[in-house]
Design a binder for this molecule. Structure first.
Ligand SMILES: Nc1ncnc2c1ncn2[C@@H]1O[C@H](COP(=O)(O)OP(=O)(O)OP(=O)(O)O)[C@@H](O)[C@H]1O
Length: 247
């Protein structure tokens, strides 16, 4: 077929007891492509991300990364292969400096020697505008810097696939703009992105496609603006009947 997907997931299913959190979700992503994921609270967005990083094992379905079946590969190995994620609530080691936090990511995420890891960590901090705060403890920096640090730690692992979980939440408009520029710069280096986000204008500035999840199922997928105007979005978010919305 000649299609060069970075990520391909087919028929992913996950249930906790009787609660079906992910039902038959498939997706694929090309190099440098960004997919936005939207859906109401509890739609299964974070679980989908966890299935892609491997911290949650699918009951059914498969995940392929650059053509390799990684369904049974553990998260650490997936990270070394080039899959990395940010967390909805940034989780730096608060007692360590910004530099040390990034160094840990470079060391363990890529398995680099100390000298190389230092180089990569410094580079990640330069690129995210955090270099001047390199010696500050991560527990003492503000929200935008914590988000920058999430990205710096991700970049330090040299990702091919970056998974972002609601990284724009809580920022001012100007801060959000900065974050968008940073994510666009990462994307321009052919890094593929899956981004869960409620801040829709931020998502629209970056993603090539949007997927709508509801109750664990993919309800719609396609051009971002078309999806946001779709009857499916109206139905999921506003409770409008699909038939009425079509009419
Ligand atoms: N480990 C778990 N055990 C039991 N239920 C879980 C577990 N993880 C998630 N769930 C449930 O699965 C559903 C989907 O959760 P998930 O966090 O994936 O949704 P989400 O779309 O990311 O929501 P939000 O926007 O609120 O972060 C929720 O009902 C949640 O309570």
């Amino acid at each position: 077929m000649g299609v060069n997907f970075v990520l391909k997931a087919t028929g992913l299913c996950k249930a906790y007891g009787a609660l079906r959190v992910t039902t038959d979700v498939s997706l694929c992503l090309s190099p440098g492509e960004a997919l936005g994921i939207i859906g109401p609270n509890g739609a299964g967005k974070t679980t989908l991300l966890n299935l892609l990083t491997g911290t949650v094992r699918a009951d059914r379905g498969r995940v392929f990364f650059k053509g390799t079946d990684i369904t049974s590969v553990n998260p650490r190995k997936r990270c070394r292969m080039g899959i990395t994620r940010s967390f909805q609530v940034p989780q730096p080691f608060a007692g360590m400096t910004v530099f040390e936090n990034t160094l840990v990511a470079a060391t363990y995420g890529q398995g680099l020697t100390e000298a190389k890891a230092r180089e990569h960590a410094a580079d990640a901090l330069q690129r995210t505008g955090l270099w001047k705060k390199a010696t500050v403890r991560a527990g003492e920096i503000g929200l935008l810097d914590r988000k920058r640090l999430e990205l710096a730690r991700s970049i330090a692992t040299a990702p091919k696939l970056l998974l972002l979980d609601e990284i724009a939440g809580g920022l001012t408009e100007a801060e959000c703009r900065e974050l968008i520029e940073l994510i666009l710069a990462i994307k321009s280096e052919d890094v593929s992105i899956v981004w869960i986000e409620h801040v829709l204008h931020a998502l629209l500035s970056v993603v090539d496609r949007v997927m709508l999840l509801d109750l664990g199922r993919k309800v719609a997928e396609g051009d971002p603006h078309a999806i946001l105007r779709s009857p499916e979005v109206a139905a999921v978010y506003l409770g409008l009947e699909l038939d009425a919305a079509h009419g």
